[in-house]
Design a protein around this ligand. Sequence first.
Ligand SMILES: Cc1ncc(COP(=O)(O)O)c(C=O)c1O
Length: 396
Amino acid sequence: MEDPSERSDHAFETEAVHAGEEPDLGPGGTGDLVSPIHLSSTFAMDEAGDPSHGYKYSRLGNPTREALEHRVAALSDAEHAMTFASGMAAIATTCLSVLGSGDHVVAFDGIYGGTKVFFDDYLTEHFDVTVDYVDATDTDVVADAVTPETALFWMESPTNPLLKLCDIEAIGGIADRHGARLVVDNTFATPYFQRPLALGADVSVYSTTKYLNGHTDSIGGAVVTNDDGLAEQVRFVQEYALGAMLSPFDCYLVLRGSKTLPLRMRQHEANAKRVANYLSEHEKVTTVHYPGLDTHPGHDLATRQMDGFGGVVSFEIDGGAAEARAFVESLDLFTLAVSLGSVESLIEHPASMSASYVPEEERLASGITDSLIRAPIGTESADDLIADLERGLGYL
Ligand SMILES: Cc1ncc(COP(=O)(O)O)c(C=O)c1O
């Protein structure tokens, strides 16, 4: 693992605070340190057809959005970043930019449920795209799934909610050999703990709703890439087809939230490690999924590929759905809610919450058992969090 703060000319912590937000000291400048929220939907021109002040119409370009895109690109060591109205908008825009009718997708069988719904109920239905879900923890299985029509590998690492890992560099090699693209949803790891583009991915996507914003007050998404042509295509689809860009106010929130991304990630991870260790020793807990544990099947890969293990812990309790529900409902400090990546610790029972729409047989086959619980660990005191879990587990 390398030290995430020492990767470029400026350390990650410095880019997180400064990239995209220079004090406004130019002629007529106000000296603002913080990027203003530019709400204007349209921009005045001096002459017809000449966007003299750099902007024309906010869907096509907005100074607050540009500031955030500069920040996200800098944090990802990427040439291009585009920001979207949600993580799903980033995912859909990417797919509609790279796929054509008849294309084949190889996807990790553990990807986020919303992405799977988009693939199965939209892409497949309306665009004659086929998707094969494979156990991408085994790179050979990914290679075996390739067909002459394979245009896209869609991976997530670690996955939601089971924290499975795939070898991004090896799958990037397979994608290159077949002239296909590799997209990695890097929402769980964040650019602080993992850089998919440096490992060989063509694109990485984010739900900025999660760690990049980190304060439970904005829905958003981002796409980053070093491929100029692909960036142009994604921008075209965003600006002229789907339109789902991030609003100026949300851009401001993510600009503000991202300043503390490295601090928060270190605290999330330190707390998650303590919670994972505590749960692993508890008699009422049968399995703990956390890549930082040396019992996790992807632990060695995580140590090689990531610079930290992240802040989400999943675990299974000794009991069924009723016990799991009673447990998550009994906690005080952990809030019973879906989502993750914010300063507050959350807890959820995927079988009755985030994965409740998945048919039972399919859900169980994907490893989301009735006793599985997902706990995105916040930045509170680990002692307080463990005391809350101890109280809840004591009722079982
Ligand atoms: C890994 C992952 N990717 C994408 C998304 C979708 O993001 P959003 O809810 O911002 O649309 C989520 C949401 O939970 C997620 O967990």
